[in-house]
Design a protein around this ligand. Structure first.
Ligand code: PLP
Length: 444
């Protein structure tokens, strides 16, 4: 259900396969949401495969005029075995940030030459896993580099690395998802870069292939990206002059924003990728530098609008004084973004998409023991007990940031496509919740 103003899925609050059937029900991937709940239970994460693949295609289209591009998907947004398979099919590379994400990728046989291992505090165990699996490592500090060099020596292993830098670029976004500013916890200060490169050139097991920076997330304008590209071109030129080293790869990070509410006007993925890659071409050409293989690393923009969370509405509460609460059977444990970033979302009554009566203003709240467990502060809805509530654009940083708060099991996640729906993440049961519990012997 994409209007003609929409160039790429991230600009639409709903997945591209969202429709309304003649029962006035929301359909996802051609399936009535009521049927999805009947079959798979609630709450339920629903991921639209078409949106994911069209988002990946939109990035590739934007990069089509760049000679050698390798767009990567940032797994931290949403990762499971099925998602790894989709990313492999899309031809993207994969950005992982933990042994768990890397393990997931390896379990799904993702090509290791297209995996980049990020993270600001990788353990020795993770570095060893990265070395033995042959993935590329994005080094975040000079102390990490030392650890890696000594591990590579002791394990007689070689590794290709990028260096994450602190570009000192301020992105207009929530403080918690700003990552490129001067005091960022991520990356190597520019003042240390030459020393770090000199250290790398003193040995031959760890090979530097490029630089990386990620300026932040939910970005709505291009300016900071163009600034970072120009900075990279200067740095690549300096490195060539100082170390006679031409770096073959450049990773400008991710961060492209999506629409969560009608007020959000994100860039299209085609436009973002096109303008950024064009800038790399012009900046590097103006410095007589060969064009590096270029990676952009969107996460949210690939999966965000592909996801919808379906909840069953529970008890409606209308307080004297006019405060109305609509409680649903999920909340902050499956979607921690409102309580973490004051994130806004769009809601609808999935079994009555076109309201029959003028709605009332409701606060959609979760079932968790936190007053902050509010999914949508104010939504005007024509809602009744037992209705199905759809929250849109929950594909990114929901499942991946979810928890078992109040000892609740995580919902199931289904992938939908052309009338088909399959579980890609099983619902957690109460038995799952105690499966890691152990009773100390002296308590038996
Ligand atoms: C290194 C890196 N790349 C890419 C991303 C993806 O960001 P987004 O999901 O906003 O595109 C992140 C997010 O934190 C990141 O840290």
């Amino acid at each position: 259900m994409i209007s003609n103003k929409i160039e790429s899925p991230n600009q639409s609050i709903m997945p591209i396969s969202a429709t309304i059937n003649d029962q006035n029900h929301l359909c996802l991937g051609g399936i009535d949401s009521s049927k999805l709940i009947e079959e798979f239970g609630s709450p339920l994460w629903v991921m639209c495969e078409e949106s994911i693949m069209q988002s990946a295609a939109a990035v590739k289209e934007g990069l089509s005029a760049y000679p050698n591009a390798l767009p990567c998907y940032a797994g931290k947004a949403f990762l499971c075995l099925a998602m790894v398979k989709l990313i492999e099919q899309s031809g993207f590379g994969l950005d992982v940030v933990s042994d768990g994400e890397l393990f997931t990728a390896l379990q799904a046989n993702f090509p290791t030459e297209r995996i980049f291992f990020h993270g600001n505090n990788k353990s020795d165990k993770e570095l060893a896993m990265a070395l033995s699996s042959g993935v590329k490592i994005v080094v975040d500090s000079s102390s990490e580099l030392e650890a890696l060099i000594s591990l590579a020596k002791s394990e007689s292993k070689n590794s290709e690395i990028l260096l994450r830098i602190i570009p000192g670029i301020e992105l207009d976004t929530h403080d918690h998802i700003k990552t490129g500013h001067d005091t960022s916890k991520f990356g190597i200060p520019l003042s240390e870069l030459d020393d770090v490169i000199a250290k790398i050139l003193q040995q031959d097991r760890v090979k530097l292939i490029g630089l990386h920076a990620h300026i932040g997330s939910q970005a709505m304008d291009l300016g900071p990206y163009l600034e970072s590209v120009d900075l990279f071109a200067d740095l690549y030129q300096n490195i060539q002059k100082k170390f006679n080293l031409t770096l073959p790869h450049l990773d400008v990070g991710g961060g492209l924003g999506i629409a969560y509410t009608s007020g959000d006007k994100p860039l299209s993925m085609q436009n973002w990728a096109r303008v950024v890659s064009e800038r790399v071409k012009s900046s590097f050409a103006s410095r007589d530098l060969p064009l590096p293989e270029l990676s952009v690393e969107p996460g949210r923009a690939i999966v965000g609008s592909a996801g919808v969370t379906l909840y069953k509405s529970g008890h409606l509460k209308q307080l004297p004084g006019g405060k109305n609460y609509l409680a649903v059977d999920g909340g902050m444990a499956d979607n921690p973004r409102p309580i973490t970033y004051q994130a806004q979302y769009t809601a609808a009554v999935a079994n009555r998409m076109k309201p029959e009566n003028p709605g009332k203003s409701w606060s959609i709240v979760g079932r968790y023991c936190e007053s902050g467990d509010i999914i949508v502060e104010e939504a005007t809805l024509d809602v009744r007990n037992g209705d199905l509530i759809a929250i849109f654009a929950t594909g990114a940083y929901n499942y991946s940031m979810s928890s078992n708060y109040n000892r609740t099991g995580r919902p199931a996640c289904v992938l939908v496509k052309n009338g088909q729906a399959e579980v890609i993440i099983e619902r957690e049961t109460c038995a799952d919740l105690v499966s890691h519990d152990r009773i100390a012997s002296w308590l038996k």
